[in-house]
Structures are given as C-alpha cells and as structure tokens.
Design a protein around this ligand. Sequence first.
Ligand SMILES: Cc1ncc(COP(=O)(O)O)c(C=O)c1O
Length: 398
Amino acid sequence: MLKSLLELFNKHPNSIHETYWQHAKYAMSMAIRLLWTGLNLACHAVFPFLRMSYARDQVLDIADTLLERNPTSVSISTSIFNDISETIHHTPMIRLQNFSSEPYVNVYAKCEMFLPSLSTKDRIVIGIIRELERSGELKKGGTIIEASSGNTGCAVAMLAACFGYRAIISVPAKTSIEKISMMKAYGATVIISPPDASKSSPEHYVNKAKLIKDETPNSVLLNQYENPVNPNIHYQHTAAEIWGALNGNIDCVIVCSSSGGTISGIGRYLKEKKSTIEIVMPDPVGSIYHDYFNNKREDQSCYRPYKIEGIGKDYICGNIDFSVIDNVVQVTDEDAFNSAKYLAREEGILAGGSSGAALYVANVYAKKFQEKKQKANIVVVLPDSGFKYLSTFYNANE
Ligand SMILES: Cc1ncc(COP(=O)(O)O)c(C=O)c1O
C-alpha cells in the first residue's frame, strides 16, 4: 500500500520543486534506512535469536522505491560491492517470446544463471556458510566439504576462495568437465565418484563427502540435502523475488529438484501467499521422485541412469517437501536437451539441461491453458547456465 503510494508520487513529481522533491525523497530514504538499522540493532541486542532479514528486504524496498530504483536490480547496476558474495540474489525474470502465446499464456523465466558462479546454488551456499560461521562451526582457515552434482560445488569453491577457506567437493562421474574445471579454477579439490557407485556404496559421492568430513580436521559439511537453510533461503529470497516481479499474478510454477531446496522453499512461500498456485516438478526418466510422488514409497530399484545433470535422485532427499508439490512430470534427456537448445537459438538464453526439462514441462502446461482458452502466467525456474554443458549436450559431436 505504502509502496504503491510512493510509486504514484514518483510518477507525478512537482515540476517546480523537482530538485527539492528529489532531495527530500533522498533524505526520507536515508532516514528509513537509518531507522531500520537502529531498530534492527536494538532488537538484536534484546532478542539475539530474532531473524529479521525478510522484513529488512521489505523496508529496503520501500527506501528504494523512494529513490525510484528498481529494488531487484539496483544493486547490480549501480553499486560498488566489497566482494563477489554481495552480488548474490536478485536475478532477472524474462518473458519468453516463443513459449508465451497471445492472448492467453505468458511464460516467464527466472534466470538463475545470472548469479556469479552461474547457478542458483550461490544463494544457498552463502546462506549456509554464514549460518555455520554464526554458530562457530566454520572457523578461520577451515575446510568446506560438500557432495554436489557440480553447481553447489562451483558455488562452494567460489565462496571459499572469496572468504579464505579450503574447499573439497565430491561429485558423481557424469559431472561435466566445465563444472569440474570451474571448481578447480577457484582452487578447490575435486573428488570424482566411480560411475557405478550405488547409494549404498561408500564410493557414492554423497557418502564419500561424509567420509572426507570425518577425516579432515577443522572442516564442515554443508549438507545441502538435509540442511534446512537450503529451502529457507529460497523461501526468503528466490520465492519473494518471483512473487514481487509478477505482483502475485502467478498461476503455475515449474521447478526442477535434486535436494528439493528450490521447489520446497518456493512452493511453501507461494502457497502461503496464494494457495491456488500450482507447483509442478519435472523429473528425469530414471529418477525415483516420480514413482515416490505417485506411489508414496521409496523404491531405489526404480532408478535408471539418465544424462540430465543436477536433478532427480536415486533416493529421497531430506529437503524435498512433497506436500507443496501438485504434480511431477517425467521428461526424457532428449526432450530436455532439445528444449534448452531451442531456448538458446530462439530466445538467446543459454541454459542447462534441467532448465530444458523445466521448459519442456512449461510448454506442456502452456498448451493446456491455451486449449482451454484460460489466461495463465507460468513461471519457469532456469537453475544454471548452458556454459557449463558446452562439451556435453550442446556439443554437436555428442
Ligand atoms: C542444474 C541443476 N538444476 C536444478 C537443481 C535442483 O536444485 P535443488 O537442489 O534445489 O532441488 C540442481 C541442484 O543441484 C542443479 O544442479
């Protein structure tokens, strides 16, 4: 309400006193920021356990509106940052011309490849690192260990370099050479699991990370698969950004899953705001999530290898909350890769294979709405950059 009023003011400045008006708005914006900082410090002194980061975003949005700045993009375009970690969050939402169909369906892409290590995982890794530093578990000179299909590993490697930690990343055999090279470029040690290591084997990349943690002094395991900070970060940031970009005019959101952090955080936030929003999860053919969703049983024998990196699983992760998911749709490697290639060629957005899977499903839903002549806004989350797969499915010789 207050924000809309301020936006109205911004649209109709008093032309005679325009300069004074600009100065006044600047002063008001600074006053809001100062007041908020004072209030925050006072609250923290009295209730050190109180978390006010979400409310902080709302207050700073109001201050930004006064200055006629777009709250979700201002920091990237005009600010100076103290280090690369400060550029995390606030990714663009782009309306996809070739997936939308006038006058009924709009498809909007939340482009997470704009984050500094080129994937959505920067968001959760900065969140978990800050939490471990606050709790005292991650100490100066410590080592961060994580199991990752590659993207979390890249985010860990980047932030470890930025903050002066060591990083050891355990990855599955199918991880692309680009992701491995990127982690190494940031100075991380990368351990690659054998291709046939099943979930019960100590060589499985998730088990391997736990073993390395036990053997490494002064180390922490981020544990994205079970750490509640993971979905909470997506609840506080990714979901709030999506909701804000479309002013809540959302009917359906397509989000891929591995740890389940993205879909669980986004799903919880959006369902709390508007329970009719449909949350849909694409799942690679071969992953066991689809079977779990339909039959409510964890049957690891359903697992079959597939090529799409970073999504689906051979077991059920602790962070996936099926109560906020309305549908799980299976996608083949071919459909996912073709959709990603189409996006690159027709829209100029280079995204990964999981983005392709999400786009494939977005298209299925777009057609359904179109056939029913039902107006709909579909959001599709594109988790990472296609730059990480130039040697795999984007390679013409593959
Ligand atoms: C390429 C890619 N897409 C999607 C995801 C799914 O994200 P989440 O772990 O939040 O479920 C991941 C996770 O590793 C990923 O690497």
